[in-house]
Design a binder for this molecule. Structure first.
Ligand code: G6P
Length: 463
């Protein structure tokens, strides 16, 4: 039986379905919140009466938080304000600066992490933010409610729910990878223990890929000799949503402009956040290797990198963005000729343009060093109209679903990635058609509704 989202469901996530800003008269204006979790869950939850609690991230959000739970844009929504410094420490230092790096294997181990006294204060802040959210659920959730806790920002919420509201059925869903037992040993022991225990206090913990669930289980096994309940439920894009964008006048105009830029050349595309885990630099270096080792492609192909800024509050991200710009400029200087720019790097956040490009690629490069799932790897095959080829990192969660068809990338192997790009460009029409049809089927096999139903079912499962 398919479970329904209803009034007795509470969702907890960092970004909410609504975010607030001030208009010129300093009045609060509500608009749709950003981010993948909201885009996927929002349409399924709107008008169901489910309650959604999310963090107040800006001054306007904090002002809106004073009103408590509001009904807006079809959501019963509560923006929850935590002291801004405490929130910043929890979000920047722990969620993004520690857990993100840990689970994506991004540590530069000779230098980082550094768990000093200041970091300990940030861990206390993370605990405090989690406790505040747990408190809100404890105070407001209807009897026997299902609680869907989203992502690594809220690993500890279940701890207090289990203690104070045993009637609730809470599941936790992690949208990023999960590290294995060796990596989790980098954390101070008490922190690793608290983190795992927080997750394990939910009825079940969900992941986009079996590999991340297994890592979590292995961490728990190593720590306690037993494993908590887990479930695996990969998210998929809503085809109707992205197709509506593809048919919008903005996207059509962007597509026409892209066709002009390409002028009949082949298109290698990537669409990503500017994010350390996405492996933009090695992607460019692999493309350069292709131009160097296969002169026949010079002037015949364009690499469009439609990437948009992320987390610019963290110095590592600012530095990475600069490196991305520098490497792309150097390659363009070295290989470009009048009339042909090898890399088109665009860093503006323009979803209609990304969608237009996804319809047109010959090769889609998705080469993260590690990724919880990677929705672009599914959006591409769903949208593409040219029987484009997907070159996919085996380190992306989506590899578990698409790996039987997509061309395999070892994201650390630059020469190997260049070889895969060359093979993808050289694939004949018949192979491309077979490849694209198979990918379309795999990418469209599930809907966001399936993913939500899996969480609701996990919450009702017996421990
Ligand atoms: C990626 C991850 C999500 C995460 C989000 C946070 O999209 O896949 O799991 O919630 O980053 O990004 P933010 O901009 O909110 O820090």
């Amino acid at each position: 039986m398919v479970a329904r989202v209803a009034e007795n469901v509470v969702i907890v996530s960092n970004r909410g379905p609504i975010s607030f800003s001030h208009d010129s008269d300093r009045n609060l204006v509500a608009r749709r919140g950003a981010g993948g979790v909201v885009a996927s869950l929002g349409p399924l939850v709107r008008d169901t009466g489910a309650q959604w609690i999310a963090a107040a991230m800006t001054d306007a959000d904090r002002e809106a938080a004073a009103a408590g739970t509001v009904d807006a844009e079809g959501f019963r929504f509560r923006s929850l304000a935590v002291d801004p410094d405490t929130y910043r420490m929890a979000y920047d230092v722990i969620s993004n600066g520690t857990l993100w790096f840990l689970h994506h294997s991004l540590w530069d181990l000779p230098r980082r992490p550094r768990f000093d006294r200041r970091w300990r204060e940030a861990w206390d802040a993370y605990r405090a933010v989690n406790h505040t959210f747990a408190r809100a659920v404890i105070d407001e959730a209807p009897a026997d409610a299902t609680v869907l806790v989203q992502d690594y920002h809220f690993a500890l919420v279940g701890t207090w729910l289990a203690q104070e509201r045993p009637d609730l059925r809470a599941v936790h869903f992690t949208h990023i990878p999960f590290c294995g037992p060796t990596s989790i040993r980098t954390l101070p022991d008490d922190v690793a223990g608290e983190l795992l225990a927080g997750l394990a206090s939910h009825v079940s913990c969900g992941f986009h890929a079996r590999r991340w669930a297994r890592n979590f289980e292995a961490c728990c096994e190593a720590m306690w000799g037993w494993t908590p309940a887990t479930f695996v439920s990969p998210l998929s894009p809503d085809f109707d949503d992205i197709d509506a964008v593809a048919e919008s006048p903005e996207s059509i105009a962007e597509g026409a402009q892209l066709d002009e830029t390409l002028a009949g050349r082949r298109l290698i595309l990537r669409v990503d956040r500017i994010e350390l885990s996405k492996n933009l630099l090695r992607g460019f270096l692999a493309y350069e290797d292709l131009l160097r080792s296969r002169p026949e492609w010079r002037g015949q192909v364009v690499f469009a990198a439609f990437v948009y800024p992320s987390r610019e509050g963290l110095p590592e991200y600012l530095a990475y963005r600069q490196e991305v710009e520098t490497v792309a400029a150097r390659i363009n200087n070295q290989w470009g000729v009048p009339g042909w720019t090898p890399i088109v790097l665009d860093m503006s956040d323009n979803f209609p343009r990304s969608v237009a490009a996804l319809q047109r690629y010959d090769v889609l490069l998705v080469n993260p060093v590690r990724d919880g799932l990677n929705l672009v790897a599914k959006e591409g095959p769903m949208l593409n109209t040219r029987n484009g080829v997907l070159a996919l990192s085996r380190e992306a969660g989506a590899w578990e679903e698409l790996g039987g068809v997509a061309l395999e990338i070892n994201p650390f192997d630059i020469a190997g990635t260049a070889d895969v790009l060359a093979a993808a460009l050289a694939m004949d029409d018949e192979d491309r058609a077979t490849h694209a049809a198979a990918l379309r089927k795999l990418a469209g096999a599930r809907t966001p509704r399936d993913w939500l139903d899996d969480q609701l079912a996990a919450a009702r499962s017996t421990r």
